[in-house]
Design a protein around this ligand. Sequence first.
Ligand code: GLU
Length: 382
Amino acid sequence: MEDCRIVMKPHGFPSGRGARVGPDFSLKSQIPGLKIREFMVYVPGGSDKSAIMNKEREIRGRFAPSPTGPLHLGNAMTFLVAWLSVRSRGGRIVMRIEDIEGHGRDPAVIEGNCRDLLRLGLEWDEGYRAGGPHGPYRQSERAELYRRALDRLLEQELVYPCVCSRRDARQAGAAPHAGDCRMYDGRCRGRFADYAEAARALAGSGRLPAWRFRVPDREVVFRDRLCGGQRVNPALTYGDFPIARHPDGIGYQLAVVTDDIDMRITEVVRGGDLLECTPWQILLYRALAPEFPLPEFCHLPVVTGADGKRLAKRTGSLTLESLFERGVRPGTVLGLLAFWGGWAEFGEELTLPELLDRFDLSALRGRKPCLDGAALRLLGAE
Ligand code: GLU
């Protein structure tokens, strides 16, 4: 039998309001062997967004592309596994466009990313273009939520403005933490009365202060579906981390957690390079919505080129767009991704329903997907 977790007070309800347990609950809890993974209790008078009715928690995953360029095969692998994981559990997929950082606002790139996913058959139920109750679904249109989240952190005195550049921050730690030059020593803790004062200190530099999260000296423990148990004390591995370099808190770390809470995301599937930010994000979850059940995390092996380096948009990795333009069939691409995942022989062509039948997340564990010469030849790209 799986865990039965009961959440008595959905996020957003003032403390002390109380929760009423409905008849369904007692019924379910009396059936021996019934599998209940998560159970939210309806609190009368709550808004639709906050209260999930008296039923098992719906599985909700997300696609979260940063539209900084056309999608490559590494991106495709992430979206495929996110899709398979949600669909194999009967859940819903939300499409959220993460267009707040860098130059990710070109509508043509966003459209291109969506088109590529749809060509592979990777559709979504809610979000960008599809609509839904948790919109808008472009981060560039959600600034108000990030500001509110930042205010919650400020109320708890969990963040402070910091004028250190990324380089200063790295150097700051070099001496006291020899061997870990990424450590930040917290030198801006308590240094400025507010953001405006920090901004004045940077006047003329062309830089904006960051908001840094004051990390507690304690371990964050979580289990990743692929990478297993994780136990990290962020105070010893990095120190206070930046959540955004913007007066209103607009930045990846704060936005991703704010949105995953607001959109009721229950599972996060993404590239393994983001595993190391996860303890930070868990601290943000806990600070912003203590009652919100953490999503399940699943960090995927990173797809590399034959040189062992991660595929990246900026290095002009082979794009899905260019493959489709050259007549490569979606089934060939899916077959290669499935081979990387351990669900197909090399060179097989597969449809998504076939792949869904074979999907087994654990087969991915320890694999090293590589766009090597053989893969390039398969795609007619060598
Ligand atoms: N937008 C990020 C990316 O495209 C993904 C962020 C996440 O999944 O948390 O790499």
